[in-house]
Design a protein around this ligand. Structure first.
Ligand code: FA5
Length: 340
């Protein structure tokens, strides 16, 4: 087969090509395994040894030419395609409000924003936390030393470098105390991770909002006041709170805070399992050891801390029956959230 003739035919084919798919076919016809130039290369064995070198060079030059013209043509066709697309594009008025499929805030974000606004109005600042934490911040600095049994309740996902996905927003306490010192009013929402058996109220990835207030003369009354104000605002009606003893190594005394059921006013319904109360928020007075590790002068300052389960509060606010729906990206559920 004559190389010149092959190249002449190639020029005709490539000039006729109008899109990239055709170029792929042309490449196959000339450079593919059984393409014209590959077939020519196979004729090498029939060529006299003295002419093989120049024959090989000729075929390789032809291949280079084909490659280079294919590349240039591809660029030309791509540019043309973009120009055509722009020419035919409809000019839309970007200022016209979109009426459907606009998306919306995630239910957790909606509740978090409410909580943030309430605490900001009471003089609290808002901090961001890390999701990957050191063992020290997540456990040791909040009075959970290595081998403490409380670690069993918060198994998590460990990284090769020994760091972990934080199990609780309390992991931010030490860093924040060290950063700002006392007096301090701060909340820090965040995503937490635990190696959990999953069910309708347990996820491996969920959200909490932590809060701390450290100042002179802080007592449990302050804790009750702030919790009551926050929950009344979130539910949009006055609620009562009560404290039961609860154990967390980083608070002393520690409590489980219950809120009177906002749906039945405390008379008993399905949401509160007919008890009139909903368990909502572990909290307590910050343990002096935790304050000391955070560099706070315990002779002068005391504080309270709480760790609200934001994902569960969101479920309650929007009547979502299964926590797993919150992370599912299932639009059918997420679109249905209605503010109570
Ligand atoms: C804590 O995480 C403590 N750090 C809270 C705390 C902070 C106590 C400050 C005292 C002072 P607990 O493990 O109970 O505590 O979790 C707090 C809340 O997070 C729970 O009440 C619950 O609402 C939520 N929570 C815990 N585990 C899960 C889970 N697997 N899925 C969804 N929500 C969870």
């Amino acid at each position: 087969m004559d190389i010149e003739k092959i190249l002449q035919q190639f020029d005709v084919d490539i000039n006729k090509a109008t899109n990239c798919d055709e170029l792929i076919e042309i490449r196959q016809n000339y450079l593919g395994k059984s393409g014209h130039l590959s077939q020519v290369m196979r004729m090498m064995k029939d060529i006299a040894p003295s002419e093989r070198k120049s024959f090989g060079e000729k075929v390789n030059n032809a291949k280079d030419r084909v490659e280079s013209l294919l590349r240039t043509k591809k660029e030309e066709l791509e540019k043309l395609a973009i120009e055509n697309e722009l020419k035919n594009a409809k000019i839309v008025d970007l200022t016209v409000p979109c009426s459907e499929n606009v998306g919306s805030l995630h239910p957790i974000t909606i509740v978090q924003e409410r909580i943030v606004e309430i605490f900001k109005s009471m003089g609290f600042s808002v901090e961001d936390g890390d999701e990957i934490e050191t063992e020290y911040n997540n456990f040791e600095s909040v009075n959970v030393p290595k081998n403490h049994p409380a670690r069993d309740m918060q198994d998590t996902f460990y990284l090769d470098n020994g760091e972990l996905l934080k199990t609780q927003t309390s992991a931010g306490q030490n860093k924040i105390m060290r950063k700002y010192g006392a007096p301090l009013r701060v909340i820090f929402p965040g995503r937490c991770f635990r190696n959990e058996e999953l069910d309708a109220s347990h996820e491996n990835t969920f959200f909490q909002v932590e809060g701390m207030m450290i100042d002179e003369n802080i007592s449990i009354s302050n804790l009750i006041y702030f919790m009551k104000t926050m929950l009344s605002n979130v539910f949009g009606k006055n609620v009562e709170v009560r404290l039961r003893p609860g154990f967390f190594p980083f608070v002393e005394p520690g409590f489980e805070l219950d809120c009177s059921c906002p749906y039945c006013g405390g008379h008993g319904c399905n949401v509160c399992k007919h008890s009139g109360w909903i368990e909502l928020c572990p909290c307590g007075m910050i343990h002096p050891k935790v304050l000391e590790m955070g560099g706070i002068d315990t002779d002068k300052y005391q504080g309270f801390a709480f760790g609200l389960g934001l994902s569960r509060l969101t479920m309650m606010t929007f009547d979502i029956d299964d926590i797993r729906k919150l992370n599912s990206g299932e639009l059918k559920t997420l679109k249905q959230v209605k503010v109570k």
